[in-house]
Design a protein around this ligand. Structure first.
Ligand SMILES: Cc1cc2nc3c(=O)[nH]c(=O)nc-3n(C[C@H](O)[C@H](O)[C@H](O)COP(=O)(O)O)c2cc1C
Length: 412
């Protein structure tokens, strides 16, 4: 019965709502979607309907990553809900976690519009927002409130460097990150540090090993009880990517989120006068390669400084194993499962919500359970890294004895 309702919801999005949305200019459609989600979040009956139409919970999908319990491994990636307007809708359509932001130290108005172009042929968006958001002073208390209200969905805040004319040198950039970090560290379940937004006029200065090292050294000084992940760029060579991972392994970092938007337009028909970078299906192949690379490169290693201060005690989640969050072009459960087998502990998406609609969350979870059963895995954790040859998979299989969900020491 529940699958029938989910499919009905799916079809009504694909054959009715999507047609209306895709006939509206993308910037306007984005604004209206956020307004509708914010308004409907206050209507209890609509939220109840959303839950009824999408509900799907299974113990096979429950997991513990970075010391946090997740109802399921599926999350919303950063960028769609920069000002945390859709919390109720996201929770009620069944996300295990949602990333709000990216949030910056000062309010950012973003780049000149248009911010979006659709590329339906590639199930992709050309994104040119430039980190527009209300800034951490206004968003901090609001996000804390979202986190308090959220019962089943973990709230994550993505922080980035302010994209405005006041952005100055490296020291100023680091101070901007630290401000947002300190302000949000007691209000969410985890923080994602976005070093890889390709749409800013200062570029991505913290994606070189030296400057990343400086940024992480400052963040290390902040005592905290929650884990952090780093949002990684997608347009790096394997060697450059490994260098960044090596820097991360020396600091107090618990995970990596792989990867951000794609800059390279090669092989794609994209009008040259469109500003921005690509999301969706064109990001999938490289993101998957980078997740595999990160898994192979880090699964036997321990993050040397991983330490959270919880109830006056030092705790090292997952015994210092770096968690991996995979995203990029996840449109269905097969794409999500590919990330898991490549080494991702959690999987996120953004573009699928626009191209497939909210029912996709439930459908992906169903598909994952089917794939786990077909491959003989009792829980999602057991499938992590199972597709990477020459590397033992799952939490219990890693050679450094990374902790299982029961003994990882932290819980939320
Ligand atoms: C509309 C939009 C806005 C985005 N804004 C951000 C952002 O503010 N911070 C960030 O780290 N990533 C941002 N991203 C990148 C996504 O988090 C993600 O890395 C990328 O879109 C690939 O995932 P997808 O194929 O599921 O969309 C944005 C993506 C989209 C589509």
């Amino acid at each position: 019965m529940n699958l029938f309702l989910t499919k009905l919801f799916d079809w009504s999005y694909l054959f009715v709502v999507k047609k209306i949305v895709f006939n509206t200019p993308p910037d306007k459609a984005h604004d209206q979607t956020l307004k509708f989600a914010k308004w409907s979040g206050k209507i209890g009956f609509l939220q109840w309907l959303l839950r009824v139409f999408t509900k799907y919970e299974k113990p096979e999908l429950e997991t513990n990553v970075m010391g946090i319990d997740f109802k399921n491994p599926i999350g919303l990636g950063a960028g769609l809900d920069k000002n945390a307007a859709m919390g109720e809708c996201l929770e009620n359509c069944g996300f295990g976690h949602a990333t709000f932001g990216s949030i910056t130290g000062r309010q950012s108005i973003g780049n000149p519009k248009p911010w979006f172009h659709r590329l339906p042929k590639y199930q992709s968006m050309m994104v040119w927002v430039g980190l527009a958001n209300k800034g951490v002073d206004e968003l901090g208390p609001h996000i804390a409130n979202c986190n308090d209200k959220s019962k089943t969905m973990n709230v994550c805040a993505s922080i980035a460097r302010t994209n405005d004319k006041l952005a100055a040198d490296e020291t100023e950039g680091i101070a901007d990150y630290v401000k947002s970090f300190v302000s949000l560290k007691d209000s969410v379940k985890f923080i994602e540090v976005n070093i890889s937004c390709p749409n800013t006029f200062k570029g991505e200065p913290f994606t070189t090993p030296k400057s990343l090292d400086k940024l992480l050294s400052e963040l290390d000084k902040v005592e905290r009880s929650i884990p952090i992940t780093l949002k990684m760029p997608q347009d790096k060579t394997d060697a450059e990517f490994k260098e960044l991972l090596d820097v991360i392994l020396k600091h107090n970092v618990q995970g990596v989120t792989i990867a951000n938007l794609r800059k390279d337009r090669e092989g794609l028909e994209v009008p040259t006068d469109w500003n921005g970078n690509l999301s969706g299906t064109p990001t999938h192949k490289r993101a998957l390669e980078l997740v595999t690379l990160a898994y192979e490169h880090t699964h036997n290693k321990v993050v040397s400084e991983s330490s959270l201060m919880i109830d006056g005690k030092n705790v090292t989640p997952d015994n210092g194993k770096l968690a991996i969050i995979g995203l990029g072009g996840v449109m269905n459960s097969d794409d999500a499962y590919e990330f898991v087998k490549a080494g991702a502990d959690l999987v996120e998406f953004v573009s699928a919500l626009m191209y497939k609609g909210p029912a996709v969350v439930s459908l992906i979870k169903r598909g994952l359970v089917k794939s786990l059963k077909a491959d003989g895995f009792a829980n999602i954790k057991d499938a992590v890294g199972s597709g990477v040859s020459g590397v033992s998979s799952g939490a219990s299989g890693s050679e450094d004895g990374a902790a299982s969900s029961e003994d990882s020491g932290v819980s939320n």
